[in-house]
Design a protein around this ligand. Sequence first.
Ligand code: GBH
Length: 476
Amino acid sequence: SDPRRGAADRQWPTGFVWGAATAAAQIEGAAAEDGKSESIWDAFAREPGAIALGESPAGGVDHYHRMPEDVAIMRSLGLDSYRFSVSWPRVRPDDGAWNARGLDFYSRLVDELLSAGILPWLTLYHWDLPQSLQETGGWTNRDTAFRFRDYAEGLHAALGDRVSHWTTFNEPYCSAIIGYAGGQHAPGHRDAREGLAAMHHQHLAHGLAARSLHALGAEQVGITLNLTNAVPNDPTDAVDLDAARRLDAIWNRAFLDPLLRGAYPADFLEDVRHLDFDALVRPGDLETINAPIDFLGVNHYHDDNVSGHPLPPTAVPGLAPTDRPTSNPFPGSEHITFPRRQLPTTAMDWEIHPDGLRQLLVRLEQDYPELPPLYITENGSAWDDEVGPDGLVHDADRIHYLNDHLDAVAEAIEQGVDVRGYFVWSLLDNFEWAWGYGKRFGIVHVDYATMERTPKASALEYAEIIGRAKAAQAQA
Ligand code: GBH
């Protein structure tokens, strides 16, 4: 019906940022090298059934040793920014003395990027809490928020002369709620109130760190949220509409509202009142959390179709079918179900619906007058890629996904949303958390036996899109 023009032919705003994203625990490996201590994901991976095939982040894709090669690949693709995360237990093992060898790795990474003409975008927390802090309660312990601020300040002292773009948290919904209430992510707890405590303390940690980073002179400070449209299965059915409202609250508004407005949504407070959520929020917290930010990172992969009616047994889409006991990561709304729609899906079984990304961006712009500039900090898809006899990976599905989602971003921009950049997830195939290494999101293929990197056809397509966008701008 609507013939897509292809992202390469779009007009992109001046200065639009083209990047790729990764996370420390997913790519670095070297889990016990050069003084790094254990993260909660190292520990979680030892629990039987927690991770597909019993895999672990221990070896990653050896980025710790292949960093210069990986930066050279980024340069060859024409990326202008690279979003990576720092492993807290690598730079501050056991929350004790700073680890010079760990800091040196990130210092070398930043220098390598800058000399390749690539802007480093540093994320402080992409889910790998030091296990020693988990042993004192992890994110359910309010004190961890203050430890996080110390970590942010120390890292700024080490890298702040060269890193201008700082992101406090990646997807706090996942690390707080899926980690402490759902049990599919580290530390694998299944307690609704723990999930809410972890969420509130991460919000607090964000506010404390954002204020410190600005005070120390950081130029750009933001946070990345995973935002998901909750689509009511039957939009004329009050039960389905209430299910969608509840999920929109716990997935989206319980994050956006305190961060941008300094208040939890009233309906969310009602949904979780029986879990004594209010007792977690102390006077002054919301003012701290509502710290000024320079950008909001949006990670988006898929919509979810939701219902409040019981269904025959269905999985929660997007969560690994773990062999450990788990529960629904929706504190206060555990009855929600996910009827399947007739939409194509990726290897994650996630629906493909690019217009959902446009709808999400337009909705953010309409609902939040306080909204700072947006960056798509993650978007991408997993497929069962294989290197062909010609030595290439012909990932046509990923190319379609990429083009269609970039088109959706371009349409949102045309409709007035201030989106300033796009980071594809991910640069490399990597450790996909509870799914292990089998789900390949990379635009660059990794042979897990040899660690050899091969740019897929999608990487070449992305390089082409970036090149055309830049050429068009140079002409204008
Ligand atoms: C991102 O998270 C991560 O940032 C990244 O590390 C990861 O590799 C990448 O995406 C690909 O998975 O039904 O409430 O349980 C994943 C985004 C958002 C997908 C939550 C699963 C399930 C919501 N996730 N979603 S719920």
